[in-house]
Design a protein around this ligand. Structure first.
Ligand code: TXA
Ligand code: MG
Length: 316
């Protein structure tokens, strides 16, 4: 039927989770809540199912996926090595917003890690994600459930709106808002010094407290593997143009003087609360059709680093 959405949303009750798990085992796509953002999941062991993720998102094949697992034992079925540092981090931070990059098992479909020799793996903290992975009985590959370069979804309707044009059917489990609101911190353990590839929900100072030395990419870390063909600077971007300026109110007043419909995003005092609300705010403002969004620039300290990174990418 023309115009029929490929996306079906169900409340994440036990019957829906069972249906979703069966769909995953059959090679289908299931979007599900995690504590960070909603993920677009497929059976990580099924190359055909992985191809459906790339098609649904319009995502380039060069961008690796994260394997979501129920526990450390399942993580070890995905990676080829499990160093002490991984065990320590898993005990301290899982379930939670930390993705560990480790050498992959050679028998996995190459598309899981976009052909790279290392794979990202994490145990999500959301009870629906955990129940889904356990019911499916396989690692679940899942990027954020937004179209390529779009703002990650933190509510089920964000997924529904974003994937309306997907060539693949998607079942969405609605488990309410994603509490962290920013993607996981991605930590590469294949380097001599553990290296943050993407800032995210697990704060940098927590990693430093656990590991001592932690490297970050020069400038602010990105959402792409290193080395990466075509490292996308614009990412996480709303459709509405976004400006980040020191004095948002003055800039907003100037733009209103030009006759523009302007929304502002105030800073507040708490970077965690700001990060939790940021994507929902961008989705909401996009839906309301402003001419421009003006956000106040965050302070230059570590506590705001993940938020600064996402705002910078959102301005393209
Ligand atoms: O919080 C999250 O991480 C969410 C939820 C759904 O778990 N997922 C997510 O996935 O943000 P995605 O695909 O949108 O971003 C994953 C990023 C990749 O773009 C890449 O930068 C990094 O994680 N990554 C994944 N596997 C990697 C690998 N093998 N080597 C280097 N970087 C990798
Ligand atoms: Mg993403």
């Amino acid at each position: 039927m023309a115009g029929m959405s490929p996306v079906r949303v169900l409340p994440a009750d036990p019957a829906a989770i069972d249906e979703a798990a069966a769909l995953l085992r059959a090679g289908g796509l299931v979007a599900f809540p995690t504590e960070t953002v909603y993920g677009l999941g497929a059976n990580a062991l099924d190359a055909t199912a992985l191809a459906r993720i790339y098609a649904a998102k319009g995502r380039p094949a060069s961008n690796p996926l994260i394997a979501h697992v129920s526990d450390t034992a399942m993580a070890r079925t995905v990676v080829a090595t499990w160093p002490d540092v991984a065990q320590r981090l898993a005990e301290a931070c899982w379930p939670g917003p930390l993705t560990l990059v480790l050498p992959r098992r050679p028998e996995l479909p190459p598309a899981l890690s976009a052909g790279l020799p290392a794979v990202g793996v994490r145990v999500p903290a959301h009870p629906v994600a955990q129940a889904l992975i356990r019911a499916a009985g396989v690692p679940v590959a899942a990027p954020s459930a937004n179209p390529y370069m779009g703002v990650s979804p933190t509510l089920a309707w964000h997924v529904e709106a974003g994937l309306r044009a997907s060539p693949e059917p998607v079942l969405v489990l609605d488990g309410g808002p994603a509490a962290v609101g920013l993607e996981s911190t991605v930590l590469d353990l294949t380097q001599a010094v553990p290296t943050v590839l993407r800032l995210g929900g697990l704060p940098l100072d927590r990693l430093r407290a656990l590991l001592g030395e932690v490297a970050t990419l020069s400038a602010e870390p990105g959402d792409q593997p290193l080395p990466s063909p075509g490292l996308a600077r614009r990412h996480y971007a709303p459709r509405t143009p976004l400006l980040v300026v020191a004095d948002a109110e003055t800039e907003a007043a100037r733009l209103r003087g030009e006759g523009k419909q302007v929304a502002t995003i105030p800073l507040g005092a708490d970077p965690v609360a700001y990060g939790a609300a940021l994507y929902a705010t961008l989705h909401e403002l996009d839906a309301r059709g402003y001419d421009v969004i003006v956000a106040a620039a965050p302070p230059a300290d570590d506590a705001w680093a993940a938020v600064r990174d996402r705002l910078k990418r959102a301005t393209g």
